[in-house]
Ligand binder design. Structure first.
Ligand SMILES: Nc1ncnc2c1ncn2[C@@H]1O[C@H](COP(=O)(O)OP(=O)(O)OP(=O)(O)O)[C@@H](O)[C@H]1O
Ligand SMILES: O=P(O)(O)OC[C@H]1O[C@H](OP(=O)(O)OP(=O)(O)O)[C@H](O)[C@@H]1O
Length: 231
């Protein structure tokens, strides 16, 4: 059986992901020319590599089109319903750290916690004639965090495809749920993270699609062992 590993073809995770595999003795060579989106692994004839974007990798792991992938935990948990049933995080790779957070305008001086935000959400319609609007591209994580974990039901998600931190200033939403690493984009947009507003601490992960055919497959186990051995 051929085992397919999906690696980031571009973006912030590409170089670190390749470096981990190199250290693990998994040397990837492009099939065809350097711009090819397929690769092979020297000495592992039953392994092939697909180069995809980080979010495509999450999707392909979810539908089982690839066996392994390197992508951010945020993209796995946002992209896949019941992620733990469909994939297994084999290793956390120690790069690509970023937190998915709830951030509100700094001038909301009396809002520091999710409980405070819950109070704001309850009063919002009476005060403003509409529900509290949250800009995010993480609608699954946001719904789970607000509704299931914090019991906040009165809000509306405004889907954001980019520049989410600008939404409160432009008036398209009141608060945001987005990724942050250094915090500088939030500060530049006069937003603050709530003290208990970390939805997920994400990093790059080595992830396996749960497939029955993997049971007792020597190559599957050898790949997991090789990656874990260099962490
Ligand atoms: N400062 C950051 N901003 C955004 N994402 C970050 C940051 N630091 C780490 N990441 C992580 O990087 C991953 C996204 O990587 P990247 O932006 O390279 O994806 P991409 O290849 O652009 O995907 P796509 O084009 O499909 O959106 C996410 O898992 C995210 O958590
Ligand atoms: O906390 P910080 O260090 O400021 O990083 C967070 C920002 O970085 C990312 O945007 P980026 O400009 O990389 O563009 P992208 O969303 O297209 O990846 C992300 O979407 C945040 O806006």
């Amino acid at each position: 059986m051929t085992i397919t590993i999906a690696l980031p073809s571009k973006g912030r995770m590409k170089d670190d992901a390749s470096a981990i595999f190199e250290r693990a003795g998994i040397r990837i060579t492009a099939v065809g020319n350097d711009r090819s989106y397929r690769g092979r692994v020297e000495g592992w004839d039953d392994v092939e590599v697909a180069f995809l974007s980080a979010s495509e990798i999450s999707r392909e792991l979810g539908n089982g089109t690839v066996d392994f992938g390197v992508t951010g935990e945020d993209l796995i948990r946002e992209g896949l319903a019941e992620a733990d049933k469909r994939v297994e995080v084999c290793a956390r790779l120690g790069f690509g750290h970023a937190d998915v957070v709830v951030a509100v305008p700094e001038i909301w001086l009396d809002v520091d916690t999710m409980a405070d935000l819950g109070d704001v959400a309850s009063d919002f319609r009476a005060r403003h004639g509409r529900r509290l609007a949250i800009a995010t591209k993480y609608w699954r994580l946001t719904q789970r965090f607000f509704s299931s974990q914090h019991g906040i039901q009165l809000y509306r998600i405004v889907e954001s495809l980019g520049a989410t931190e600008g939404a409160p200033a432009s008036g398209s939403a009141d608060i945001i749920v987005d990724i942050t690493s250094t915090g500088s984009t939030l500060r530049a947009n006069n937003l603050k993270v709530l003290s208990d507003g970390v939805v997920l601490r994400s990093e790059a992960c080595f992830v396996r699609a749960r497939k029955e055919s993997h049971a007792n497959d020597a190559t599957v186990q050898r790949l997991i062992d090789a990656v874990r051995s260099v962490l």
